[in-house]
Design a protein around this ligand. Structure first.
Ligand code: 6GU
Length: 279
């Protein structure tokens, strides 16, 4: 019951403390307060045994930057894995401990993090995130850990971050909102961009949304949204989603089953209501 998350990092302060910071804020913070998700942050330098708490060294073969030491990471992961994942109070009362879970290594050379990966992670009982910095972690650490447990090397996008910490927060937010009881409106996950199993918007980017007032700085809310015709509104929303997907992410269209109406909407051109973001 619940998801137990361990994070090993040289910047534990990045993740805040027991009462404040990104893991105690908003939906994730409430889930943590309820015990639906638990966090244990570990400072990698605890396992660096020299006086300078060294965690990195020069790369074999030469080249720029530094590589994180396998002995330090090995000791850290051995100890974190040997401890049970933090268990919520219901688990503790029932004598349940978390299983060894999955090791997730954020890296720009990983496989892409997608909504499907987030959904798989939300069904786990334990995730251990190993945050690399510098040029990365000695490759033997992942090779060794793969012999002991499932290991995922994951990228959150085609750009390079200075370390895995921000990527871990991205993944936790995507996973956390999928946990039972976390999302305020259970159906809103299905309507999201990339959301939902089988809704009319599956695989599409979401179109624009509107609230009051009906007129703002001369811009009107689309008339159809005021019509009360729910079928027509659903069709309009799909049309807008199709156009936005074609404009922003044409690569996603190839995976969709388009009907005749969909094709007609797309042939009519690309104007995306709500104005384009990129200039
Ligand atoms: Cl997961 N880590 C780092 N350092 N850079 C990234 C990334 C992860 N995903 C994209 N860029």
């Amino acid at each position: 019951m619940g998801l137990n998350i361990d994070i090993v990092t040289i910047f534990p302060e990045y993740f805040g403390d027991e009462t404040s910071g990104p893991l105690r804020t908003s939906l994730i913070g409430k889930a943590a307060a309820r015990g639906d998700i638990g966090f244990q942050i570990h400072d990698l330098r605890r396992w660096a045994l020299d006086v300078h708490h060294t965690v990195d060294d020069v790369p074999f073969g030469g080249g720029p930057g530094m590589v994180m030491k396998p002995d330090v990471w090995g000791a850290a992961l051995d100890e974190v894995l040997a401890a049970d994942g933090a268990v919520d109070s219901a688990d503790a009362a029932a004598g349940r401990s978390a299983d060894s879970g999955r090791l997730v290594v954020p890296t720009p050379s990983g496989v892409p993090f997608t909504q499907a990966v987030a959904t798989r992670y939300a069904a786990q009982s334990r995730l251990i995130f190993a945050c690399g910095r510098y040029e990365g972690i000695d490759g033997r650490v992942v090779d060794h850990m793969r012999q002991r447990m499932p290991v995922d090397e994951i990228s959150v996008g085609d750009y390079v971050l200075a370390g895995g910490e921000a990527a871990v927060l991205v993944m936790i937010e995507a996973v956390g909102r999928l946990l039972p009881g976390v999302l305020g409106n259970a159906s809103s996950a299905d309507d999201d961009s990339f959301g939902g199993a089988g809704g009319s918007m599956t695989g599409l980017l979401e179109g624009p949304v509107y609230t009051r007032p009906r007129t703002w700085r001369g811009h009107e809310v689309p008339e159809i949204l005021l019509s009360g015709n729910h079928a027509a509104i659903a069709r309009w929303r799909r049309d807008m989603a199709l156009r936005r997907t074609a404009a922003h992410r044409p690569d996603l269209l190839t995976a969709l089953e388009l009907d005749a109406r969909d094709r007609q909407v797309l042939a009519a051109g690309f104007p995306v209501s709500g104005k384009d973001m990129a200039h």
